[in-house]
Design a protein around this ligand. Structure first.
Ligand code: KIV
Length: 289
């Protein structure tokens, strides 16, 4: 971004990349929400993009307070919140319900919502469903894989799209690292380039070797956001429940646990149960006179 750039409504004054001029006069009506352009400018400014999933309003509020850049209402919802075995059971109704909840708590992060399995098979379905997610509060949508005609149709409709290559949970047979074989690696690079050409403003790289993610990040103009794709990506995304230790069915190597809320919640509930059983709760402090 060049010096003297005007900060437009929808770009984010508080989170300007370092190349912006500090003396820039900022219109007080400027929204604080991070825009697609802002997220893209972070690549040029060499600033890492921090993205996490969220599925409800209080979590969205916390992610905003923690000054995250991007929230993804992922269809990982199906596994970590709804109790399904995979993401394929997630419906548009589920995604709309949770996107609305997250949007109510989101003020500053760019909000992306996943298009669930089989909701973007044709361009007309893709546009119809992307519009519904946008109306529910999403700033952008994310389909998986190389559905180029559907992606072009959504972009032409004015809705920003994030691509997703590598391991594609909606359609992959196994949850293994993709792109270790040279032929697979070439295919993933080509797919990422095709998504950029189709109009995606960023691309998620999931479950691929770090050196392949580095190559793609170097080749693409748009930001790459990695999950299990090493440190060279322009940004990182994790499923929140992995990060906070609130999902124990599955423990991928890349998912660093920053807290153990499952353990803390169990302790709190056991403590409550014990106090109720022993007649210690409610005490005077928690009783109306
Ligand atoms: O559904 C999801 O949470 C995702 C991330 C794994 C990128 O798509």
């Amino acid at each position: 971004m060049a010096a003297g750039l005007t900060i437009k409504k929808g770009s984010c004054a508080r989170f300007r990349p370092p190349t912006l001029v500090e003396s820039e006069s900022i219109d007080s009506t400027v929204e604080m929400k991070k825009s697609v352009e802002f997220i893209q400018s972070m690549k040029q400014a060499n600033q890492k993009i921090a993205m996490l999933t969220a599925y409800d309003c209080p979590t969205a509020r916390v992610l905003n307070e923690a000054e995250l850049d991007v929230i993804l209402v992922g269809d990982s919802l199906g596994m970590v919140v709804l109790g399904f075995e995979d993401t394929r059971s997630v419906t548009m109704a589920d995604m709309l319900h949770h996107t609305r909840a997250v949007a109510r708590g989101n003020t500053e992060c760019l909000l992306i919502a996943d298009l669930p399995y089989r909701t973007y098979e044709t361009p007309s379905d893709a546009v119809k469903n992307a519009r519904m997610l946008r109306d529910a509060g999403a700033d952008a949508v994310k389909p998986e894989g190389k559905k180029l005609e559907s992606i072009k149709a959504i972009v032409a409709d004015g809705i920003p799209v994030v691509g997703h290559v590598g391991l594609l949970p909606q359609t992959s047979e196994t949850f293994r690292v993709h792109g270790r074989k040279p032929s697979e690696a070439v295919q993933i690079v080509d797919d990422a380039k095709a998504l950029q050409a189709a109009g995606c403003f960023a691309v998620v790289l999931e479950g691929i070797p770090a050196r392949l993610a580095k190559e793609i990040t170097g080749v693409l103009r748009i930001p790459t956001i990695g999950i299990g794709a090493g440190a060279a990506c322009d940004g990182q995304v994790l499923v929140l429940h992995d990060l906070i230790g609130f999902f124990d069915q599955f423990n991928p190597t890349f998912a660093k646990k920053y807290a153990d809320l499952g353990r803390d919640l169990k302790r709190a509930v056991s403590h409550y149960r014990s106090e109720v059983k022993r007649g210690l709760f409610p005490d005077k402090e928690h009783t109306y006179n």
